[in-house]
Design a binder for this molecule. Structure first.
Ligand code: ADP
Ligand code: ASP
Ligand code: MG
Length: 454
């Protein structure tokens, strides 16, 4: 079976974790002697992206020394891990490379601090450091252990638009590059090791896909290379019935459909980046989620058909920190054209809405990214009364079989009795039920729903 294997931050958190990656990849190769060699995609080491974002924040407020100090700490952490992975000339070369890359970026960060501004373009160049460093280290570790691995600069493979911090792939251009940069290496008997999350515009400017985007990179490359399976190796056994940090009893979901997985990822199941499924659907390639600490567990397999039989509900997801916006028509009733005008405002400010409910004179929507919400609200006020409520959350119960059992909806609502529900909606697909409530009520609500429905 031809596969692409993506390892997340905790799966490359230190030398021990990286060694586990090597043994998992070796096992894959040994177990599939007739398959093409796998392509390996890695994230930044655990917490590194957060620290790089913090560095950018410090530069943005003019704290050049603070920003330089975090860069130095990060370099030291990487060098420490490098020393446990490789030795001799390989270590000298890796140390020189990492030191040079971090020094160059630290100089850039000092310049940003002097201006007190980090543009989105500069931000992408900075956060890309995490994936560049980890992928170089993993490639060196593979080579040190005798696996014929080769580091491939992901910025030469993933071609994106210039929408910095949330770039979108140019699939045609990327596939041409993926075949040349990755496929050709595999054909030559090498295991390409590359970075997730990062890419570059057609003119070579570094971009990133958005937080958690390494999963998406793996799916994009996997689709371009026509693999048989896209493997997402992480720190849990697979897709669970709820986020295990919120619901301790969450259980493994062995199988689910592309549509269910997209919905869960979109509404907060962080184990999968929401866009991961798109390239997989386009080429009908199964996505498997696996645990790099327990590689013997079969994990979750996501396919077009999903599962047959089993419980009506697949899993719960939650997304905190959303804002509810209530928009009331200033006429007594909603005039026709009101909805169009309203959504045109959201469109103009590139603000997407997740949940929508309407009543006779008002519309309520939830917004996940409040970056341009002030502009949205002031424009809506030209023709409507508007109020907003921050610190809200979306809870979504997803299941392909939900439509088969109308009693489930009642059970869910009953389970939430006396928790104030701000919006409730059941999608037309009837694949999900969505509740909007206060952030503070999420743990209680998730646990009650989980107990009642699973
Ligand atoms: P990685 O660094 O491997 O990409 P992430 O932290 O991005 O890992 O995603 C894995 C995490 O997603 C898990 O540790 C878990 O806390 C969280 N998570 C949220 N919802 C779910 C869910 N339904 N099933 C499994 N994990 C979930
Ligand atoms: N390192 C990036 C992040 O933390 C991308 C990823 O992990 O998928 O968001
Ligand atoms: Mg992730």
């Amino acid at each position: 079976m031809n596969v692409i294997m993506k390892f997340g931050g905790t799966s490359v958190a230190d030398a021990e974790a990286m060694n586990r990656v090597i043994s998992i990849v070796r096992h894959q190769i040994a177990a599939n002697p007739n398959a093409r060699l796998p392509v390996v995609v890695v994230s930044a080491m655990s917490k590194v992206t957060d620290r790089l974002i913090e560095t950018g924040r410090l530069a943005g407020i003019g704290d050049a020394d603070g920003a330089a100090r975090t860069m130095n700490d990060l370099l030291e952490r990487h060098l420490g891990v490098a020393r446990s992975l490789v030795g001799g000339d390989a270590l000298a070369a890796l140390t020189a490379r990492l030191t040079e890359d971090f020094s160059a970026e630290t100089a850039a960060v000092r310049k940003h601090a002097a201006k007190g501004e980090v543009t989105p373009r500069a931000h992408d160049a900075l956060v890309a450091m995490g994936e560049l460093a980890s992928s170089r280290m993993v490639a060196a570790a593979f080579a040190a252990q005798g696996v014929p691995a080769v580091w491939v600069d992901a910025r030469r493979v993933l071609v994106t638009d210039a929408e910095h911090t949330a770039a979108g792939p140019d699939m045609d251009a990327t596939c041409v590059r993926a075949r040349a940069e990755l496929g050709a290496r595999v054909a030559a008997g090498q295991v390409p090791i590359t970075a997730g999350f990062i890419g570059a515009t057609s003119s070579g400017v570094t971009t990133t896909l958005g937080r958690g985007g390494s999963d998406y990179s793996a799916a994009i490359f996997g689709a371009c290379l026509d693999v048989d399976e896209i493997q997402i190796w992480t720190d849990v056994d697979g897709m669970l019935t709820a986020d295990p940090r919120v619901v301790a009893e969450a259980r493994l979901v062995p199988q689910l459909s592309f549509a269910e997985a997209s919905e869960l990822a979109y509404f907060g199941a962080k184990v999968l980046h929401p866009s991961t499924i798109l390239p997989a659907v386009a080429k009908n390639i199964p996505v498997r989620i696996l645990n790099s600490r327990r590689p013997e567990v079969a994990g979750t397999i996501i396919t077009a058909e999903g599962r047959t039989g089993g419980p009506a509900l697949t899993a719960l997801a939650c997304k905190r920190g959303v804002t509810v916006v209530d928009i009331t028509s200033t006429r007594m009733l909603m005039a026709h054209g009101f909805l169009r005008r309203l959504f045109e405002v959201f469109e103009r400010f590139k603000t997407s809405v997740d949940v929508v409910t309407t009543s006779e004179v008002s519309v309520s929507v939830t917004v996940d990214n409040p970056r341009r919400l002030d502009d949205v609200v002031s424009n809506l006020r030209n023709f409507a009364e508007v109020s907003r409520e921050p610190d809200m959350a979306i809870i979504c119960a997803v299941g392909e079989n939900l439509r088969a059992d109308p009693a489930l909806f009642a059970r869910a609502v009953t389970a939430l009795a006396n928790i104030p529900l701000r919006l409730v909606s059941q999608a037309a697909s009837r694949r999900n039920i969505t509740f909007v409530l206060r952030n503070a009520d999420v743990p209680e609500a998730m646990n009650r729903l989980h107990a009642a429905l699973f």
